[in-house]
Design a protein around this ligand. Structure first.
Ligand SMILES: [Zn+2]
Length: 441
């Protein structure tokens, strides 16, 4: 069958390749679901092989690799605004866990995920690393929506609507891993919730299965000072040390939050090749602490960016997260050079792809990679004039300026319109859930 070509013609292309090349007046050729070539825009007209291709003019736009949200609980978007202005443990134990126990099932999971997907695609996110109950439902819904994702196979000690004990969570994790492996947009990761909610025996099995199946481990680690202090009091060890002894501190680990790290731990994380998923807005809102981003980047740790769930952020906007991450790193370290605009964009793209073990498939604009792309319109007043498109993306652009998104070569947003999702229906279902939840309170 003949290949289907799309030719995109933006004003700038931020490749996010190893040299961070920024191309002016270049055209990007998509063949089926892959990036085929980057050409001079002038050359295209002379090439017969592209006769009949879809030409997509993108005036005033900057084209980037699609954003990778490296930590979220997408379905929790149905709990957005349910409980706010509270510290983590009170928020979790008195509001979120009871609400999850009461409401979460397959239908909630799918409806929440669709709401999140509409918001994420509109904000330029093309891939997410999710952690939630009913991962089978998450996987099928993502595939149906057309979004790329790594689905977290959740593990906990305590019961939920999904499983009763750690053994059942693990059993179901393996079953779902097998069930979803044929879905082309979906990969899986083991997702033990946190050191304080999963005991040693299941964590040993997580380490073993991660190694056998060659899949990442996605886990909240050192989210607050209180978590670390409590563990030290109970076990005499800090959680990261315990995870290290259980065989989990290695390049497969995506350690989320990491607000509490002493210099020795930063060294250990760097040496072991651990990936850190930094969620600055969730950490700030819950007053959980501040991840030492400048120090981690100085040690070449692979740091990626996540929004966390919409119940603790309260949006799923990676452009906002980039800006917050960079500003927070500068303010917290006293160094204006910390977390540059380039580093912020890398964290939201290639670093996320690497953490998810997808670095050879997505995360940069290079021939052969999958066509996950976002176009941002810089013609708005707040992003003019353009001395440097990199700075405009990292420090000034809003999610509402995302005009076009492709995932796996398929247009998902064209000229600000969702191509496949019915936003009115998605929002109506979200409102119906909110009415049910509100009337039961
Ligand atoms: Zn989280």
């Amino acid at each position: 069958m003949a290949q289907r070509y799309q030719i995109l013609k933006p004003d700038w292309i931020l490749t996010v390749d190893a040299d961070f090349a920024v191309l002016r007046d270049a055209a990007l050729v998509i063949a089926d679901n892959r990036i085929d070539a980057l050409l001079d825009a002038g050359e295209i007209a002379e090439l017969d092989c592209f006769a009949g291709a879809d030409i997509v003019e993108l005036p005033g736009r900057v084209l980037l690799p699609g954003f990778v949200n490296s930590h979220t609980h997408a379905s929790m978007s149905l709990f957005r605004g349910l409980a706010d202005d509270l510290p983590l443990m009170e928020w979790l134990t008195e509001h979120i866990w009871p609400a999850e126990a009461r409401w979460v099932g397959p239908e909630f999971t799918a409806d929440g995920l669709r709401l999140a997907a509409a918001e994420m695609i509109r904000g330029g996110t093309t891939c997410l690393n999710d952690m939630f109950y009913f991962p089978d439902e998450v996987a099928r819904t993502l595939q149906a929506v057309g979004m790329r994702g790594v689905v977290g196979l959740i593990v906990l000690d305590f019961p939920s609507a999904w499983a009763q004990d750690a053994d059942e969570y693990l059993h179901k994790a393996l079953a779902v891993h097998d069930e979803i492996r044929e879905l082309p947009l979906i990969d899986s990761a083991l997702a033990p919730h946190a050191p304080y909610t999963v005991s040693d025996e299941p964590l040993r099995k997580v380490a073993m299965y991660s190694n056998e199946l060659d899949i990442p481990v996605h886990m909240h680690v050192h989210e607050t000072a209180g978590e670390v202090a409590e563990a030290e009091q109970k076990t005499g060890r800090r959680p990261l040390e315990r995870l290290d002894q259980l065989g989990l501190v290695n390049p497969s680990l995506i350690a989320v939050h990491m607000t509490e790290l002493n210099p020795l731990e930063i060294e250990r994380v760097a040496e072991a090749g651990v990936n850190v998923a930094h969620c600055p807005e969730s950490n700030l809102k819950l007053a959980s602490g501040i991840c030492p981003l400048a120090a981690l980047l100085a040690q070449d740790v692979n740091v990626c960016l996540g929004t966390d769930g919409a119940a603790s952020n309260n949006d799923l906007d990676l452009l906002g997260e980039m800006r917050t991450a960079s500003l927070l790193a500068k303010g917290a370290s006293g160094d204006a050079r910390a977390c540059t605009a380039r580093q912020a964009i890398e964290m939201a793209t290639i670093n996320g792809a690497r953490a998810l073990a997808l670095g050879d498939r997505i995360g940069s604009i290079e021939a052969g990679k999958l066509a996950d792309l976002v176009a941002i319109d810089l013609r708005a007043a707040n992003t003019q004039p353009v001395y440097d498109p990199v700075a405009q993306v990292a420090y000034a652009a809003a999610a509402s300026q995302v005009s076009d998104v492709w995932i796996d070569g398929v247009p998902q947003l064209r000229e600000y319109e969702l191509c496949h999702l019915d936003q009115a229906e998605i929002v109506a279902r979200a409102r119906a859930w909110a009415n049910r939840i509100e009337s039961a309170r």
